[in-house]
Every structure is written in structure tokens, then in C-alpha cells.
Design a protein around this ligand. Structure first.
Ligand code: SAH
Ligand code: DHB
Ligand code: MG
Length: 223
């Protein structure tokens, strides 16, 4: 099995269940046109996140790592009319593209982008009483994954779903010789999950158009 096969199967899935439309396509093409890297979740993964958020009945969503707003649109579309989503983005350029994509998707009344390093904006969310959130998607600089988990817990209630993207990285997660800061951050994330009695967690390895990677999912089960 190969990348070519994984892509063909993702295409097959997308041909059978709706994973795209002109608004989502525009979010991707405008991100590319702005020369921002295409490190968004794939269409099948975006739909998956959307369904998870809907299944959980989330009314308040927090996203860490906006990029061009592609996953933001998928998640915000899972919200009820009185829901809200806060998304944190370091880069003002990324945030500009994302804001225009969120406007184009008719979601600007539900979504607020907070520009800055997430380790600066997360404490403000706690101070301002912006939480708790029902669903939290961690997808920014992987080196801080354990720190983001810690802030996510401060912004959670029993029942909050916490998802972390890119936790498998082609299997390099378990390649101990690979000590890239991103992988170390994700290993610290798993160590923190393992030590955390408030969480029930697992991770799913995924293949598809974006290669071999995976999501961690954790449910807050105790205060
Ligand atoms: N969730 C997006 C992809 C996010 S890519 C999607 O799937 O569509 C990761 C994003 O995190 C990038 O836009 C990057 O600029 C941002 N980022 C990197 N470091 C950050 C930090 N310290 N705080 C907040 N955002 C950060
Ligand atoms: C990268 C970041 C992501 O969030 C992703 O989904 C894929 C790649 C990256 O930083 O390379
Ligand atoms: Mg990601």
C-alpha cells in the first residue's frame, strides 16, 4: 500500500460522501494563493472533525492553529445557531486569509480569531472567563502540544472532547532516534495524557491524501 493508493481511496470516499463545496475549495485555494503552506487537514479529515463536533453536541469550540481557516469552517459548521468558536493563530497573515474565508463561509458571527502566540492568548481566555469549551482542537506548533493540553484542561468541563492533530507523523512518533522538537512535543503530550486521571484517551493512526499520520482524542471524565 502506498501514498497513491491512500489518495485514490480518499478520492473514492469523497466521491461518495460530501467532503467539499465551493466555499471549502475557496478556503484551500486562497490559502495556496497567499503562499501559505497547505498543512490543513484533508477533506475527509475535516468532515470527520465536523462529525465529531456534532456528535458531541458542542456549542463552544476552541481551535489552536487556524492557518487559512479550513478546519475552522468545518468545525464552525457543526455549531448550533447560538454556538461560538474561538480560534488562535500566531501569524497575522494567516489570520487575514482565515478571516476572509470565514466571512466568505457566512460564519463570521460565530467565529472569532485571536491573533498571537497561543501560549499568550490561552491565559487570557482563562482570565476572561471565555471557557469552558465543549470541544478543543489542538493543531498548532507541535513542540507545545503538552502545554496546549494543559491549557485545554483549564478550559474544559467534564464531557469536553480534546483532539490533537498530527500525533503519528509517519510513525516517527516511536522512532526514538528522531528527536525533532515537534516529536518531542507530541511525546510529552502522550506522557501528559498517560499521567492525567481526568482524561480517557486514545489515538487513531490515519492514512489518506495527507499521508500517514493520526489524531489523539481525549474525553474529560473528571474535574
Ligand atoms: N488547523 C488548520 C491547520 C493549522 S496549521 C487546518 O487544519 O486547516 C498550524 C497553524 O498554527 C499555522 O497557521 C501556524 O501559523 C500556527 N501556529 C504556529 N505556532 C503557533 C503559536 N505559537 N500560536 C498560535 N498559532 C501558531
Ligand atoms: C504540519 C502541521 C500540521 O498541522 C499538519 O496538519 C501537517 C503539517 C507542519 O507543521 O508541517
Ligand atoms: Mg494539523
Amino acid at each position: 500500500m502506498s501514498q497513491e493508493q491512500w489518495t485514490l481511496v480518499d478520492d473514492y470516499i469523497s466521491d461518495h460522501v460530501s467532503t467539499s463545496d465551493p466555499i471549502l475549495e475557496h478556503a484551500l485555494s486562497s490559502t495556496q494563493a497567499a503562499e501559505i503552506p497547505s498543512i490543513n487537514v484533508s477533506p475527509t479529515q475535516g468532515k470527520y472533525l465536523h462529525l465529531l463536533a456534532k456528535i458531541s453536541g458542542a456549542k463552544k469550540i476552541l481551535e489552536i492553529g487556524t492557518l487559512g481557516g479550513y478546519s475552522t469552517i468545518w468545525l464552525a459548521r457543526a455549531l448550533p445557531a447560538d454556538g461560538s468558536l474561538i480560534t488562535l493563530e500566531f501569524s497575522p497573515e494567516h489570520a487575514d486569509v482565515a478571516q476572509s474565508n470565514i466571512n466568505n463561509a457566512g460564519l463570521s458571527h460565530l467565529v472569532e480569531i485571536k491573533v498571537g502566540a497561543a501560549l499568550d492568548t490561552l491565559p487570557k481566555l482563562v482570565e476572561n472567563g471565555s471557557g469552558p469549551f465543549d470541544f478543543i482542537f489542538i493543531d498548532a506548533d507541535k513542540v507545545n502540544n503538552a502545554n496546549y493540553l494543559s491549557w485545554a484542561l483549564k478550559l474544559s468541563h467534564v464531557g469536553t472532547v480534546i483532539i490533537c492533530d498530527n500525533v503519528i507523523r509517519g510513525g516517527h512518533l516511536v522512532d526514538e532516534a528522531n528527536v525533532s522538537p515537534d516529536l518531542i512535543g507530541t511525546r510529552e503530550f502522550f506522557d501528559a495524557v498517560a499521567a492525567e486521571k481526568r482524561l480517557s484517551a486514545t489515538a487513531l493512526q490515519t492514512v489518506g491524501v495527507k499521508g500517514y499520520d493520526g489524531f489523539a482524542i481525549a474525553l474529560v471524565i473528571a474535574d
